[in-house]
Design a protein around this ligand. Structure first.
Ligand code: SF4
Length: 445
């Protein structure tokens, strides 16, 4: 259970397994359980034990065990009996070098893939995608992040030899061509990061890092090595264009003055640069949102993603919201936090206005003022709009701007009329989209 939202599936699976046989020993794990262990064991009677913190060795000890009940009585397993005796779970931090080499012979690879993260450079041939986490933890303490409560605020790094061997194996055995890296803070040790990407060069993979990287650690040398290694898209976790929000609310050590030069340098080297932003943190004002919107346009990210601030269990934001009674009661139960909804009731933030703001800023910066389109990089703009349609075919602004860009690239294309007609069709069916098209002045353009 990686996220709260998976709780309902866990609940259903657990009762199905129990219907099948009450003799099955049920265990569960994942980061959302490590922050919600007490609630889950209380609510799900068929779960015998939860794995607190990291689970690789814990699962192995269970599989190797001759006496499972005895094994789950040991750390890092948590049981209801142990809780009743006042047990406080202790985290288990793996030696990452020893858990890098996952044996994919035990995995149904066809069921294990995921769509690559948003990018105009997705691989078109048959995709053999594998995932890796080369480090765990992060020394920072952004208010909305649960990383420090899961990993103790420290970084652990797997050694580069074990990673190299693992990727060699993935290549020779399975023909890997896409590597997705899910570290929280991949670049923090810059020398290691440079060595790591140098190692990756020889594998000729497409490399993606959809978790977002820190602006602070980029320099030209690192960017060049990343490019050579097969990185084409850089996701930057910027979060806000307001110094005040970054410093006083999120407490993220980011100097906003560095963002524009880094983005420009990356774009000049041919990277597609994506920014991640969060809105709706308690204390954020309309002005903070306004300057963030201007900041995004000035920096000219190739694409930007916007999320609601979500009080994840284990984050400081969660504690603040609980202490102040700011979580909507409908969502204050495990399994009910949906990250696509805004669930904080803090003073000064109107939910409907925030929702409308996020809806509009996406249309504004990614479509109406699309940076690639504005600078005449029409191929990139075209691929970006196509990528939106491959995920959300009913997005009329993508149809509209795709028809515009096709008109510039290939004026004879019959796709121009097709996308125009899709645009008009969606507007006829959906009054909300129609209003947005009027608001952004797209009708009769
Ligand atoms: S959001 Fe990123 S930088 Fe901030 S604490 Fe979490 S992992 Fe670290």
């Amino acid at each position: 259970m990686s996220y709260d939202i998976s709780y309902n599936w866990l609940k259903e699976l657990s009762s199905l397994a129990n219907e099948y046989s009450s003799n099955i020993i049920q265990v569960a794990g994942g980061s959302a359980l490590s922050t919600g262990w007490n609630v889950v064991l209380d609510e799900l009677p068929f779960i015998d034990a939860l794995c607190y913190s990291e689970g690789e060795k814990a699962m192995l000890s269970l599989l190797d065990s001759d006496d499972i009940l005895n094994t789950i009585s040991c750390d890092p397993w948590v049981t209801i009996d142990k809780i009743n005796e006042g047990y406080i779970p202790k985290p288990l931090y793996e030696d990452l070098s020893k858990v890098i080499s996952v044996d994919y012979d035990l995995v149904d690879l066809k069921s294990y893939g995921m769509k690559e993260a948003f990018s105009p450079f997705l691989i078109n041939k048959i995709k053999k995608q594998f995932f890796i986490v080369t480090s765990r933890g992060c020394p920072y303490k952004c208010i909305f992040c649960a990383s420090s409560s899961l990993h103790g605020g420290k970084m652990r790094l797997a050694d580069l030899d074990s990673i190299e061997k693992h990727i060699e194996n993935l290549q020779s055995k399975y023909g890997i061509n896409v590597l997705t890296i899910y570290d929280d803070q991949l670049l923090i040790n810059k020398e290691r990061a440079k060595k790591f990407f140098k190692i990756l060069v020889k594998f000729k993979l497409r490399i993606e890092m959809p978790n977002g990287l820190s602006v602070a650690f980029f320099d030209e040398e690192l960017a060049d090595i990343m490019k050579e290694a097969g990185v084409d898209t850089i996701y930057l976790a910027v979060e806000s264009g307001s110094e005040r929000v970054l410093k006083d609310i999120i407490r993220k050590p980011l100097n906003l003055n560095k963002v524009h030069p880094v983005v420009k340098m990356l774009q000049e080297k041919g990277f597609f640069v994506v920014g991640f932003f969060i809105f709706g943190l308690p204390g954020e004002t309309e002005y903070d949102r306004f300057i963030t919107r201007e900041f995004i346009k000035n920096v000219a990210f190739d694409w930007s993603f916007f999320n609601y601030a979500t009080p994840l269990r284990g984050s400081e934001l969660y504690n603040i919201c609980v202490d102040n009674n700011w979580i909507d009661p409908d969502y204050n139960k495990i399994g009910s936090v949906d990250m696509t909804e805004y669930i904080i009731n803090s003073p000064g933030i109107n939910k409907e206005e925030l929702k409308k703001f996020i809806f509009d800023i996406n249309l504004d910066v990614n479509f109406v003022n699309n940076a690639a389109f504005r600078r005449g990089d029409y191929q990139i703009a075209k691929q970006s709009f196509k990528e939106v349609l491959s995920r959300h075919y009913e997005q009329p602004f993508a149809h509209f701007y795709l028809s515009k860009v096709l008109n510039l690239l290939d004026p004879g294309s019959d796709q121009i009329a097709h996308h125009k007609s899709e645009f008009s069709g969606i507007l006829r069916e959906d009054p909300q989209w129609n209003n947005s098209a009027i608001e952004f002045n797209l009708i009769n353009k």
